[in-house]
Design a protein around this ligand. Structure first.
Ligand SMILES: [Ca+2]
Length: 135
């Protein structure tokens, strides 16, 4: 019985010797993660003040200054869904609400402007009127 207690104590000391430095390492990792997340969170909370485009002109001006359409189209690597996702994120980051939409195998973006509904082709800044928001 004494040997079991002695061996258990030795194993506990060995485990602590192994785990304590790892815990310090994890703590340091958690601190770095928290700092990174604080930066991301601050960026997103700043970007969370979003709104719809107020006019087609505003949408087209925003599309003109955004360079998503200048990214090379590479079938299967960076194609329609990647363009639509990129434009979606960039619009949100700049404070605008647009949607990501797929029809069949084609992805694109959509947005509301007032009571009008538009489609955006992100690979060439195309803007198409689709109808009223309630149609
Ligand atoms: Ca553009």
């Amino acid at each position: 019985m004494k040997y079991v207690a002695l061996i258990s104590s030795i194993l506990l000391v060995i485990c602590l010797a192994i785990l304590v430095p790892q815990n310090r390492s994890l703590t340091q990792e958690n601190i770095e993660l928290r700092e990174q997340f604080a930066g991301i969170s601050q960026a997103w909370s700043g970007a969370a003040d979003v709104r719809e485009f107020s006019s087609v002109e505003e949408l087209k001006e925003w599309l003109a200054q955004d360079d998503t359409d200048e990214i090379p189209f590479v079938e299967g690597t960076f194609d329609c869904d990647d363009f639509a996702r990129t434009l979606f994120y960039r619009a949100f980051y700049d404070g605008y609400i647009i949607g990501y939409y797929t029809h069949g195998t084609h992805a694109r973006n959509i947005c509301f402007i007032g009571e009008d509904f538009y489609s955006i082709e992100p690979s060439y800044d195309g803007v198409y009127y689709l109808g009223k928001t309630w149609e």
